[in-house]
Design a protein around this ligand. Structure first.
Ligand code: SAM
Length: 220
């Protein structure tokens, strides 16, 4: 069952509610975009690198990478997304996770305080849509030991890569916050997290992902 704590008035207007999952995933899988498989590999590594009984994945979409969850190691995995239909599909695709997967439909920019504590917080390609302040609210609410984030950087003008579906994503441009590895590092440092791993992952079209992993400091 999807736990929905969406505010009624937000439900019809958020741009991510206007993009069907099939369009999003087809776009992200195109060879000139090439991002879905890269994010899948990131999830595999994020889930296997850190010891965590409870995991929260912000912006989980259709559950890309959930096949790497080991139910013997993870007792609860919260999948958070603003789009209830994405969460429904993620749950449908992963019946083997029925007892541990908790889909949470909420808008992190306004409802981060509703998130439960967890050991590992994963946020792949979503901080750009949240901004630092909302993302840090999610970190404060979940108080994880580890945080692993993937952000996208580019040399080209636009954030969304070229593909036949590119125009479907025009509505997202207004949501984007300027995010940098340095800026995120500084914000995390202010919140008592230290950088423990940093990785540049090249993509087609002069773009690349940066993965940044943080651990809670002693003074956390
Ligand atoms: C680029 S996709 C993330 C891709 C995914 N992490 C993966 O590995 O394939 C961004 C996701 O964040 C979700 N999202 C965007 N803004 C959000 C918000 N304010 N609250 C919750 N989810 C949000 C979108 O619905 C979408 O599923």
């Amino acid at each position: 069952m999807i736990v929905s704590i969406m505010h009624e008035e937000t439900e019809n207007i958020h741009p991510w509610l206007e993009i069907p999952l099939s369009i999003y995933e087809t776009h992200m899988s195109q060879s000139q975009v090439g991002q879905l498989s890269t994010l899948n590999a990131c999830m595999q590594d994020q889930l296997n690198t850190y010891v965590a009984r409870t995991v929260t994945v912000l912006g989980i979409a259709g559950g890309n990478g959930l096949e790497h969850v080991d139910p013997k190691k993870i007792s609860t995995l919260y999948g958070v997304d603003i789009n209830a239909s994405y969460l429904k599909e993620a749950a449908r695709r992963h019946p083997e996770l029925e007892t541990i997967f908790v889909p949470l439909c909420l808008d992190v920019t306004t409802q981060a305080q509703e998130l439960a504590r967890c050991d590992l917080l994963i946020a792949n390609l979503v901080v750009e849509y949240l901004g630092y302040a909302a993302f840090l609210e999610a970190v404060q609410a979940t108080r994880p030991t580890f945080v692993s984030v993937v952000i996208q950087l580019q040399e080209a003008e636009t954030f969304v890569s070229e593909s036949p579906m590119k125009s479907s994503f025009d509505c997202l441009e207004t949501l984007l916050h300027p995010i940098s590895a340095e800026g995120l590092g500084q914000e995390m440092d202010k919140n008592a997290y230290r950088l423990i791993h940093s990785q540049h992952i090249p993509l087609p079209n002069h773009k690349w992902f940066v993965r940044l992993d943080f651990a809670a400091r002693e003074d956390h």
